[in-house]
Design a protein around this ligand. Structure first.
Ligand SMILES: Cc1cc2nc3c(=O)[nH]c(=O)nc-3n(C[C@H](O)[C@H](O)[C@H](O)COP(=O)(O)O)c2cc1C
Length: 309
């Protein structure tokens, strides 16, 4: 099957599968294999911390794959965020993703430079705002996903189905996705692609400790600690701090990778339910696509319905 969508068109990748941003470890060693396997890898600028290191990592990714990849700018008050953005522009990455608040000025600059700008949001209100500010697409993260939660956060099912009806730009679904079923469900809701965090952490290439990967394999979405963390409303004052982009100043200088809320270094979402073992990035992507194709052609509800055509 050809997995062409508006998002593969925009990003130049084979499959509409994007690897999410990771504050502590989202570097070329993970992003390049994702792109090489037909997905779209993202280097997280704040994981490199300085413009020089970001430039070096982008070049490293380029030495590892000829395929396109992008950069994420997590707008949490990082002292060098503008310089990080300029490095991504100068290096002509295939797309720049922003997340958190006050993205419009960055978006304007990215678009003026002729690079696609994709903003990540958690609520329908923010999705509409991103569209009105000229974003080429939005990543919409449902409450099942890892990351900052807004008071108005909805489930992936509800928010993606509504966003794809409300918006004119492509919606990329995130939150709890990690296998062929969740991937296909996102496309059925009208998403033009998926954005996966947790499931890419349980891959051989992900540069986190083996014990964290094993913990993800063992974890269940029913674990009370995990559920309580993922479905918790934002702590009082966090939204306001994030809006003012002061989160980084609070913890960044002392320990640049220790922003534990809203972007924990070690985490995991409801997507742990899709993880069955530690595989290579290529095996994960191939498995998602293979399972989706099986669902469309084999002995499944969709397969049977489509077979009657
Ligand atoms: C350990 C970890 C660190 C993350 N760090 C960031 C970050 O720095 N910036 C960001 O925009 N998103 C960050 N995220 C969120 C992911 O990019 C993505 O939106 C989320 O994981 C999607 O939900 P999923 O985990 O259910 O796939 C992080 C996620 C995890 C699991």
């Amino acid at each position: 099957m050809e997995w062409w969508t508006k998002v593969t068109d925009l990003l130049g990748c084979k499959y509409p599968i994007i690897q999410g941003a990771f504050g502590g470890f989202g570097r070329a060693v993970l992003a390049a294999p994702v792109s090489e396997a037909g997905g779209f890898g993202i280097i997280t600028a704040t994981a490199l911390n300085t413009p020089e290191k970001l430039r070096k990592d982008i070049r490293k990714a380029r030495s590892m794959t000829d395929r396109p990849f992008g950069v994420n700018l997590s707008l949490i008050g990082h002292p060098h965020i503008n310089e990080l953005r300029e490095v991504a522009i100068e290096e002509r990455v295939a797309a720049i993703f922003t997340s958190a608040y006050k993205a419009q000025d960055h978006g304007k600059r990215i678009k003026e430079a002729g690079i696609p700008w994709i903003h990540k949001v958690g609520t329908l209100k923010h999705a509409q705002a991103a569209e009105s500010h000229g974003a080429d697409a939005v990543v919409m993260v449902g409450i099942e996903g890892e990351g900052e939660k807004a008071a108005l956060h909805l489930s992936t099912l509800t928010s993606i189905s509504m966003a794809t009806k409300m918006l004119g730009i492509p919606v990329i679904a995130a939150g709890g996705i990690g296998d062929g079923r969740t991937f296909l469900a996102a496309l059925a809701m009208g998403a033009e692609g998926v954005y996966i965090g947790t499931a890419f952490m349980a891959t051989k290439e992900c540069p986190i400790a083996e014990r964290h990967k094993q913990a993800l394999v063992k974890a269940s979405p029913s674990d009370p600690d995990l559920r309580n963390k993922i479905f918790a409303p934002p702590p009082p004052g966090l939204e306001e701090l994030t809006r003012k982009q002061e989160v980084w100043q609070l913890v960044g200088d002392a320990k640049p990778h220790s922003v534990s809320r809203p972007m924990p270094v070690m985490g995991g979402s409801m997507a742990v339910g899709t993880i069955t073992g530690i595989v290579t990035v290529k095996e994960l992507i191939d498995r998602i696509i293979g399972e989706a194709e099986e669902l469309l052609t084999g002995d499944s509800p969709l397969g049977r319905i489509l077979a009657t055509e």
